[in-house]
Design a protein around this ligand. Structure first.
Ligand SMILES: [Zn+2]
Length: 296
C-alpha cells in the first residue's frame, strides 16, 4: 500500500500567474503587480481582439492562470464562452470594463462601447478596483499594489492633460475631426475634443458598406480634412480608398485595439519617455500622429 509522503512537497513560492487578454490590460496588470506576478498576454501587437479566437496554446495558458484579466464590455467577443466555462471551473476572471461607473461607458446601439483605453482619465479609474479585487485573493502584497496603482493613475492623468493641451494649442476647431477605419476612438474623441467618424462600427466584425464609405468621402471633402488614418490592428484598405477618392492623405497609423512596440518611444517631457507598449505611450503617440497630420 502506498503511504503518503512524510512531508508534502512545498507549494512553489512562485509568482502569481496572471493572463491578460489585450496588451492594454497587461500594461495595467504589469505596472501594478510587477515583481509579484508573471503577467502574460494573449494578443500581441497588431492583433484584433474583436475576432481573436484562442488556439490550443492560448487555451492552455488560460487554464494554467491563477487570474485572468480581460477588458470585458464584450471586446473579447469570441472568448466569452471560454470565460464562462473557466469561471464555472472556479477560475478568477477580472473583467475590468465592468468596474467602471455605467454612466461613463458609451452606448453603441444598445451595447457598451468597449474601447475604454482611448480616454486615459477613464482608464486610470480601473487601477483602484483592480487592486481591490486582487487584494482580496492575495492580501500580502496589497499595500505595494495600492501605491503602484496610485502611481499608475497619476501617470495616466498627467499624459491625459498633456494631450488635451496638445489639441488646444495645435488644432483649430474645424480641424478637430478624426476619420478612421473602425469606431475605436469614441472615448478618445470625447476626452480630447475630437469629432470621430469611422467606416466600420465599434466591432471589426461588420464590414464597411459602400454607403458608409461614400458618406465618409463626402464628409472629408466638405470639411476639407487634410488626413484620414489607418489602424495598426485593422486592414488599411478602406482608408486607403477613402484617401484616393478624396485627396486627403493617409495621416499615419494609429494604435486602436493593440499596443505598439516597447522600442518605439514617445517623449512626454524632458524627463519622461514612454514606450508605445503602454496605454499612456500608445495614446500620446496617437495624438502626436493626429496633430502632425491635421495641423495647418
Ligand atoms: Zn475595436
Amino acid at each position: 500500500m502506498c503511504s503518503p509522503p512524510a512531508t508534502r512537497p512545498k507549494e512553489p513560492a512562485g509568482l502569481i500567474k496572471v493572463v491578460c487578454t489585450t496588451g492594454m490590460v497587461a500594461d495595467l496588470a504589469r505596472q501594478i503587480l510587477q515583481g509579484e506576478a508573471e503577467v502574460t498576454v494573449l494578443m500581441g501587437p497588431g492583433m484584433d481582439p474583436h475576432s481573436f479566437t484562442p488556439g490550443p496554446a492560448e487555451m492552455a495558458k488560460l487554464k494554467a492562470a491563477d487570474v485572468i484579466v480581460a477588458n470585458g464590455l464584450r471586446l473579447e467577443g469570441k472568448l466569452e464562452e471560454t470565460f464562462a466555462t473557466l469561471q464555472r471551473q472556479g477560475r478568477q476572471i477580472v473583467l475590468l470594463g465592468e468596474k467602471l461607473p455605467r454612466d461613463q461607458v458609451l452606448d453603441a446601439d444598445g451595447l457598451y462601447d468597449p474601447h475604454i483605453w482611448g480616454d486615459l482619465s477613464l482608464w486610470s479609474k480601473l487601477a483602484e478596483p483592480f487592486v481591490a479585487e486582487m487584494s482580496v485573493r492575495f492580501p500580502t502584497p496589497a499595500l505595494a499594489w495600492r501605491s503602484r496603482g496610485i502611481a499608475y493613475q497619476k501617470q495616466l492623468l498627467k499624459v491625459h492633460s498633456h494631450m488635451k493641451q496638445l489639441v488646444d494649442r495645435n488644432l483649430e476647431k474645424p480641424q478637430r475631426v478624426l476619420v478612421t477605419s473602425h469606431d475605436a476612438f469614441r472615448y478618445f474623441g470625447r476626452a480630447y475634443g475630437l469629432e470621430v467618424k469611422a467606416a466600420q462600427g465599434i466591432s471589426t466584425a461588420t464590414e464597411a458598406g459602400l454607403k458608409d464609405v461614400v458618406e465618409l468621402a463626402k464628409l472629408v471633402k466638405d470639411r476639407g480634412l487634410k488626413a484620414v488614418f489607418v489602424e495598426s490592428s485593422v486592414s488599411p484598405a478602406v482608408i486607403q480608398r477613402l484617401s484616393k477618392d478624396t485627396g486627403a492623405k493617409v495621416g499615419g497609423e494609429l494604435f486602436s485595439d493593440a499596443l505598439g512596440a516597447a522600442e518605439d518611444k514617445v517623449t512626454l517631457d524632458e524627463t519622461t519617455e514612454l514606450g508605445c507598449d503602454t496605454v499612456a505611450g500608445m495614446q500620446l503617440r496617437n495624438m502626436q500622429t493626429i496633430i502632425r497630420a491635421l495641423k495647418n
